[in-house]
Design a protein around this ligand. Structure first.
Ligand code: SF4
Ligand code: SF4
Length: 643
């Protein structure tokens, strides 16, 4: 576990080697933020990991909220009550929070309020790569874009000051490359945090009835005029270089790739680096365009700056050549590496492209699709569902899946992910499939996702008499992003004791006809419940509850207990390969002579494979050797406190 306490202890001027997201956390301390909330999502998750450790000591309230909209609404209320507040999320999280975010432009804020959106070009861990800079324009909000960890901290502090100075929420946009890069960060002075405030009533400002909103739109437009002036003179917008004929306008992570690309090409050019890119600083950009013959616009994802730059040049009758995505030189999608930028710049200037920056690999590496961990309870649940469907001879089943580790049910051998759109969409799309098809419908959803956005869809399913089986894969944590506690956990951020919400009681209260809790490690019991549920009418809910295997291991190691390991008795093994092909735990391997073995360094000792439903001749049993030699385990995430 990294020593996040150093973020608290670092004195002014001290240098630290920080991840972009750790620098954001330090920025919150320097800005005196008293309230922070998130729904975890990569690439923003590490901010939560840090705050989980240090918020309490810093005097800051921090929570993992049920979803991003609730996180932002809580932050808005804190700001209205005079507490500096911060809501952070991955880019698709802002879709969920956008209702509140756009309305906040109208109400404005009292204490500083910054919303961080961590975008994910190239979709390393996301279902799309939307460009959230558009949200700033949609909400008439200022947009701040850092390029490295030092800027992530410094710009964040500046964003809080701007928010308070102009009474506006600020959108702070990072991308994976900025959030996850490491760099030297010099600490600034810390402002004391206060998590307590007081709300002074002002319904004609904070209650957006149509009459109020109509009046506030005028104020919003006036405030936006002030923000335009802020952007013109913002210290975040800088011209670098001195007097080349060719220039470039850039922001965010694309700035780093541009500078590397120029080095690769052996070129120099003036660069207008925009750290505050909305409102678009027209005067500054026009001046830059006037001083150059050719100007590149280098930005990842959408031509956000380029559209504005071209419109500005047209309105002002400037004859400068503008090069970007819209004339086909730069790609419209995916992350920009230095090679991508260098190639585009070289082609536009007619200079020799650089030799490839990376060594070409001679051979294709074998594909390694993502797999569920050894001992993962989700594997056992999927296996039981597959058995049930086989035994009931059910075909043409529609599998609606969702966002989380269990999404790996998409891959062989289970192939139970026909449709996955976004958080909570499994039950939402199951509503539609149930209505327009005669096919059986099974929705898979995790516990955290169930609370995040699955609940309204379940209400809809019951209310509209739809027919489906909902399998809630309850491993007690938000495993994919770093083990953050969902609302069914007993302990929240910082180890605070909370009130866990029972998924089965919620499902029963909503009116689901058949609700059962099963232990996926008990294959026979799970199989029988799934078969019963598939034979029921209406909406059935099975809660497949078993702690995430990684959390269990961490706890066993912490207690100094051995992790059991299983082995195959070669005399009994019939060589059917069911354990390898149909159950597919990655601990199994087929060795010379077609023998099946269990790799003791991978086996997690769940014992599911030892059941006759996986291994008919009962050839698998617990080995006398455990993994006690592995020593004490580290604490994994917030949830480990509750195990
Ligand atoms: S399921 Fe059992 S019998 Fe079949 S290959 Fe695996 S260990 Fe051998
Ligand atoms: S006990 Fe069996 S199923 Fe469980 S982790 Fe070990 S090999 Fe895999």
């Amino acid at each position: 576990m990294p020593d996040y306490g150093r973020l608290l202890r670092a004195g002014e001027g001290e240098a630290m080697f920080l991840l972009g997201n750790e620098a954001v956390a330090r920025g919150l301390l320097e800005a005196g933020v008293g309230f922070a909330a998130t729904y975890p999502g990569t690439p923003s998750s590490e901010v939560g990991e840090v705050l989980n450790e240090i918020a309490e000591e810093a005097g800051m309230y921090f929570e993992f909220s049920v979803n991003e909209k609730v996180a932002l609404e809580g932050a808005a209320a804190a700001s209205f009550s005079g507490v500096r507040s911060f809501a952070f999320m991955k880019h698709v999280g802002l879709n969920v929070a956008s209702d509140a975010f756009i309305s906040l432009g109208y109400t404005g804020v009292r204490a500083g309020l910054v919303v961080m959106s961590a975008d994910d070009p190239s979709m390393y861990s996301s279902q799309n790569e939307q460009d959230n800079r558009h949200y700033a324009e949609l909400a008439w909000a200022p947009l701040v874009e850092p390029s490295n960890p030092q800027e992530a901290k410094d710009f964040l502090v500046w964003a809080f000051d701007l928010s308070e100075r102009r009474g506006t929420p600020v959108l702070f946009r990072t991308t994976t490359r900025v959030s996850h890069m490491r760099g030297i960060v010099r600490a600034g002075p810390r402002r004391p945090s206060s998590s307590r405030g007081s709300f002074a009533r002002d319904p004609w400002r904070f209650s957006l009835l149509p009459a109020v909103a109509r009046r506030l739109k005028g104020e919003l437009m006036r405030r936006y005029g002030d923000l335009r002036m802020e952007a013109e003179s913002s210290p975040l917008n800088r011209v670098l270089g001195s007097g080349s004929e060719v220039g470039a306008i850039t922001s965010g992570a694309a700035y780093n790739s541009l500078m590397d690309a120029l080095q690769l090409l052996g070129l120099e050019m003036d660069v207008l680096k925009l750290g505050m890119s909305n409102p678009f600083p027209e005067g500054l950009v026009a001046g830059f365009l006037e001083g150059h013959r050719t100007v590149f616009v280098v930005e990842e994802l959408d031509p956000f700056l380029e559209v504005r730059t071209r419109a500005l040049a047209q309105m002002r009758g400037l004859g400068v050549r503008i090069v970007g995505k819209m004339d086909g030189h730069f790609p419209l999608g995916y992350e920009y590496t230095p090679d991508v930028v260098a190639e585009a710049v070289a082609s536009a200037l007619g200079v020799r492209p650089p030799s490839p920056g990376l060594v070409e690999l001679g051979e294709e590496l074998p594909p390694r699709p993502p797999v569920m961990c050894p001992g993962c309870p989700h594997r056992a649940t999927y296996y039981a569902v597959a058995l049930a469907l086989r035994q009931l001879k059910m075909r043409s089943v529609v599998f609606a899946s969702d966002i989380g580790c269990y999404g790996m049910g998409f891959y062989k051998p289970f192939e139970m992910g026909d449709v996955t759109l976004c958080m909570g969409s499994s039950i939402g799309t199951a509503n539609g499939f149930s209505q327009v098809t005669d096919q059986p419908v099974i929705a898979f959803i995790g516990d955290s996702t169930f609370f995040h956005a699955g609940l309204p869809a379940l209400v809809n399913a019951v209310h509209n008499n739809h027919r489906m089986l909902v399998v809630v894969m309850d491993n007690g944590t938000t495993a994919m992003t770093g083990f953050e506690p969902p609302p069914n956990a007993q302990y929240g951020a910082g180890g605070r004791r909370l009130s866990p919400i029972s998924i089965e009681e919620v499902a029963r209260a909503i009116g689901a006809k058949y609700v059962r809790v099963v232990d996926p490690y008990d294959l026979r019991g799970t199989l029988s419940a799934i078969k019963e549920a598939l034979g029921s009418d209406g909406v059935s809910v099975i809660v497949a509850r078993r702690e995430c295997a990684l959390l269990r291991d961490a706890e066993l190691r912490r207690r100094g207990e051995r992790i059991p390991v299983y082995e195959v008795d070669q005399d009994k093994c019939a060589g059917c390969l069911n354990c390898v092909q149909d159950f597919s735990c990655p601990s199994f391997r087929v060795v010379e002579g077609g023998l099946v073995e269990i790799d003791p360094s991978l086996c997690d000792g769940c014992g599911v494979c030892a059941q006759r439903l996986v291994c008919p001749p009962a050839a698998i049993g617990e080995s006398r050797e455990g993994r006690e030699r592995w020593g004490p385990g580290r604490r994994v995430g917030a949830r480990a406190r509750s195990t």
